[in-house]
Write a protein that binds this ligand. Structure first.
Ligand SMILES: [Ca+2]
Ligand SMILES: [Ca+2]
Ligand SMILES: [Ca+2]
Length: 223
């Protein structure tokens, strides 16, 4: 079924997944690594169940792996973490069975960077300002908030004020309000926060939060 040369429960699982609609097709042929040699632990140019079994045997201390094999086995998370554990086997299995189109280590998360305000600005109440940021991949939605570092909330050293949810197109026009949360907005210790769930971590089965803040505080001043 998954053409790894083994007829075992993995094939039965594929049948089950197909019958209940979790997958829409069976792996048609032997898979290659989605990047360099990641996942191909035994180095035979194919990524299949034998590689998963090698990682499992390594975790159970039945076998040892060479330094290169350890690098190829560390497919999770996106940065590779130098730890070989069950999450690597689960990600590798998802890739082999077609549930994921790549391996986490082969899918670098996009970054987001706040450009303006990025620190030092003095924005008057009532003025129209352009909040700017940059993402490698546009699309989706970002949440924009102002963090007031002069006020703590719970166990955080800032108080957030939500501005809006905006299309992730790298800019948003903002009229600086006179109040935040019912109090004057005049202050000298604000940072802008931009964050969104516009990337799905293939190893986590859920969208991962990508966010950034101003590098240094900015101020809101009187009109
Ligand atoms: Ca292999
Ligand atoms: Ca790992
Ligand atoms: Ca930043």
């Amino acid at each position: 079924m998954n053409q790894d040369g083994l007829v075992n429960t993995a094939d039965a699982q594929l049948f089950t997944d197909f019958n209940i609609g979790k997958i829409t097709a069976f792996p048609a042929c032997q898979k290659k690594s989605p990047c360099s040699q990641s996942g191909d632990v035994n180095g035979n140019t194919f990524v299949n169940q034998r590689d998963v079994l090698m990682i499992q045997d390594y975790i159970l201390q039945k076998i040892t792996l060479s330094a290169d094999q350890k690098i190829r086995a560390d497919v999770n998370p996106a940065s590779g973490n130098g730890v070989i554990d069950i999450f690597d086997t689960l990600s590798l299995q998802d890739y082999i069975q077609g549930k994921q189109s790549s391996l986490p280590v082969c899918t670098a998360p996009p970054s987001i960077t706040v450009f303006s305000p990025n620190g030092g600005e003095q924005w008057p109440i009532g003025s129209t300002q352009t909040i700017r940021w940059n993402t490698a991949s546009k699309g989706g939605t970002v949440s924009i908030a102002i963090l007031d570092y002069n006020k703590t909330t719970g166990d955080t050293n800032f108080t957030p004020y939500t501005i809006t949810d905006s299309t992730n197109n790298n800019s948003y026009t903002w009229v600086v309000p006179s109040t935040f949360g019912g109090a004057s907005s005049i202050g000298n210790n604000y940072k802008l926060l931009i964050g969104g769930y516009f990337w799905t971590d293939p190893g986590a089965d859920r969208p991962g939060l990508i966010q950034d803040t101003s590098d240094a505080p900015f101020s809101i001043v009187a009109q």
